[in-house]
Write a protein that binds this ligand. Structure first.
Ligand code: 13P
Length: 252
């Protein structure tokens, strides 16, 4: 991986976690030793109810805290929603936008995802923009085209290595134990970087592209060493400090 891109191992807790889950995060912080800090960044995205608490508990640990979604607007009459500014105020430095579960459960289009990424930047957060094809699209041979279109539609103009992370998460690999071949991952990450380069030129070489979907301690060393893979977005295995640290140690 080029020196311009420091690996990022990110955990997405989804709709999991209570106040006592802070103990797991503190165990992660304890295991984030100097050797690992030298090699990789760590990020945990807990449910919104825990962002402020966990940001306070991990102050000084080097582990960043992020949200899992934000509204495109800064404030207003949007019952139940959260703005990027609120996440920032609570101590977040990243926010995931366009996760496939949001695209499916909340019918989020590329345009909506792009507006959310712009909102993240407005608030001073780094946007983690998720893309990925369904099983049908993979089997039908359109995975590359589908994901390229998602990147074109979801990444706003003005993206940089500092304000954008892209996460490639094949929908069929999320929570299923299935993972693409290393060849398929490398082909897709290469395609994503090519599409980013069309818009960003040389800056595309600074944007981290994560792989997500059934990343576990046993497959992490293979997946994370694949060409153009700059880290992982981990779901289930990020809930336990021992698993999450074991994944990150693929870099140590
Ligand atoms: P799993 O690691 O549980 O497959 O989830 C991946 C994911 O959706 C992370 O955002």
């Amino acid at each position: 991986m080029p020196a311009a891109r420091r690996p990022l191992v990110a955990g997405n807790w989804k709709m999991n976690g209570m106040k006592h889950s802070g103990a797991e995060l503190i165990a992660m912080a304890d295991g984030y030793d100097a050797a690992l800090k030298d090699k990789a960044d760590l990020l945990i995205c807990p449910p919104a109810t825990l962002v402020a608490l966990l940001a306070a508990e991990t102050t000084g640990s080097g582990i960043a805290i992020g949200g899992q979604d934000c509204h495109a607007k800064a404030s207003g009459a949007h019952t139940g929603d959260l703005s990027a500014e609120m996440l920032k105020d609570a101590g977040a430095s990243f926010v995931i936008v366009g996760h496939s579960e949001r695209r499916t459960d909340h019918c989020e289009s590329d345009a909506v995802v792009r507006a959310k990424a712009e909102a993240a930047w407005r608030a001073g957060l780094t946007a983690v923009v998720c893309v990925g094809e369904t099983r049908q699209e993979r089997e039908g041979g359109s995975a590359l085209a589908v994901v390229a279109a998602q990147v074109r539609g979801s990444v706003p103009a003005g993206a940089s290595g500092a304000n954008l992370v892209v996460a490639y998460e094949p929908v069929w690999a999320i929570g299923t134990g299935l993972v693409p071949t290393v060849g398929d991952v490398e082909e897709m990450h290469g395609e994503i970087r090519k599409v980013l380069a069309e818009a960003l030129g040389e800056e595309a070489g600074k944007v981290r592209i994560l792989y997500g979907g059934s990343v576990k301690p046993d497959n992490a060393p293979t997946l994370l060493k694949a060409a153009d893979v700059d880290g992982a977005l981990v779901g289930g295995a990020s809930l336990k400090a021992s698993d999450f640290l074991a994944i990150a140690k693929a870099y140590a």
